[in-house]
Design a protein around this ligand. Structure first.
Ligand code: ZN
Length: 457
């Protein structure tokens, strides 16, 4: 009895947590199932959209067949009208991780949503709920969606919290709203909370929860991944994406007073992009114009998917790969650029890494990546005459040399010459702009290109 108890105790002390990271479409789910099958593990999904019931195609849920008998947790159980936060996720995930480790099984955490993964790995000193609005606490609860323009919201923030407003791009509506929300609820500027949090050691300031954890980062050449993502969206259409979204729209979205796509499952990529198409009549959808609208929405969905994949990698670099001194568990990179060689480049390497790790091999066959600090550029906001907003000096310099800048400037000059009333148009470009991964804007461009491609708007 005692021996059995000790063995169990010994076993759970040794049972590691395996995390699989990477951008969307890179093959995380597949690898998680391969690892769980081989090492007697179970998959815990860390994906803020897949927690919801419904929209299986839109949110790319693994099918029962793909699961290959491996149990999956925290997937497909929240009602689409309910909210689900990172705190809800953490509270649900931790007991599952514990239970698995106690029973000698490996929890394979796969995401998706990187701050969900952080909430499992780090026992943060500051409860994410007490610092609403931080990236970490990016919950689905937010300031009630309002009709105000992004600039006017940013101006409002500037009045109550100039420090925070200066750090945020006016087009970054989500973050601006969140900071306004915090001010409204806590009667204290968000920047104050952020300072407190930094003093407490930052978001990753707490200790790691598990002494043995391992991270597998699946990477792919971005251009190859983008081709794959385009193909995946096309495949989703074949699998009934439109019907699924139409049904969902009728059931849950149509009756909502405002079609707010920044809450819960409504944030799923595709939904907002197809909004105009979904709310149209059947006749319109079948018309020539409707077909054009479909193509434009499809194009937007692909663009957003690709942008999202870049944002995910940026987060991973910033929070894990470039965050020394925070106890980030060893991160091993796997190259999924060549899908033909998935088995040898990804699956087999991953299995070797996990095997060596489980066996505490003295000289493992593979090496983790070096976690290195990268100095960050200070924020300095500048607005270009073409309407683009840059958040730091290097993006500003790059912008001035960019084709985008010259193209927009030329367009504005032409407008000015032919239309003395060009001012409001320029403002509209500004309004539509939104921050992209490189500190510069791109959706003004996006909407322009869509107009050219025949926008549904
Ligand atoms: Zn410019």
């Amino acid at each position: 009895m005692i021996v059995r108890y000790l063995r169990r105790l010994f076993k759970c002390a040794k049972m590691p947590v395996i995390v699989i990271l990477g951008a969307t479409g890179v093959g995380k789910s597949q690898l998680s199932i391969e690892i769980a099958s081989r090492f007697k593990g179970e998959v815990i999904s860390a994906d803020s959209m897949q927690v919801y019931k419904n929209l299986d195609v839109t949110t790319n849920k693994v099918t029962a067949e793909e699961m290959a008998g491996v149990p999956h947790h925290i997937i497909d159980f929240v009602d689409p009208v309910d909210s689900f936060t990172v705190v809800d996720f953490r509270n649900r995930a931790l007991p599952i991780v514990e239970r698995l480790r106690e029973s000698g099984k490996i929890p394979v955490i796969v995401g998706g949503t990187n701050y969900y993964i952080e909430s499992i790995l780090w026992d943060t000193l500051v409860d994410p709920e007490s610092i609403p609005g931080s990236d970490f606490a990016a919950s689905t609860q937010m300031f009630p969606g309002c009709d105000e323009s992004s600039e006017s919201l940013h101006a409002r923030l500037k009045e109550v919290d100039p420090e925070r407003a200066n750090e945020l791009h006016p087009g970054d509506r989500r973050k601006v709203l969140r900071s306004l929300d915090i001010y409204a609820r806590k009667k204290k500027p968000h920047s104050e909370f952020l300072k407190q949090q930094a003093k407490a050691g930052g978001l990753l300031g707490g200790p790691l929860r598990y002494d043995k954890a391992l991270m597998l980062l699946i990477k792919s050449d971005q251009s190859v991944l983008e081709e794959r993502l385009d193909a995946r969206v096309d495949k989703m259409i074949e699998r009934g994406l439109i019907k699924e979204m139409l049904d969902f729209h009728k059931q849950f979205n149509e009756s909502r007073p405002k079609h707010d796509y920044e809450l819960g499952i409504f944030q799923s990529i595709g939904f907002k992009e197809f909004h105009k198409y979904l709310i149209s009549s059947d006749e319109f959808r079948e018309s020539e114009k409707g077909k054009k609208a479909f193509q434009a929405s499809l194009w937007l969905m692909k663009q957003r998917t690709k942008r999202y994949s870049k944002e995910q990698m940026k987060w991973i670099r910033r929070r894990f790969l470039q965050a020394p001194g925070r106890g980030v568990p060893p991160v091993y990179e796997l190259d999924a650029t060549d899908l033909e060689r998935w088995n040898e480049n990804v699956r087999d390497v991953a299995l070797e890494i996990v095997e060596d790790f489980l066996n505490n091999v003295e000289t493992p066959r593979h090496k983790p990546v070096e976690i290195r600090e990268v100095e960050r550029e200070p924020v300095s906001q500048r607005v270009c005459e073409c309407g683009t907003i840059c958040m730091n000096q290097s993006s500003w310099e790059a912008h001035l040399k960019s084709r985008q800048h010259h193209r927009k400037k030329k367009k504005l000059e032409e407008q000015k010459n032919s239309d003395p009333d060009a001012g409001p148009k320029r403002l509209r470009v500004l309004k539509e702009s939104k921050q992209s991964g490189d500190g510069e804007k791109s959706s003004a461009d996006l909407s322009e290109q869509v107009k050219e491609a025949g926008n549904c708007a």
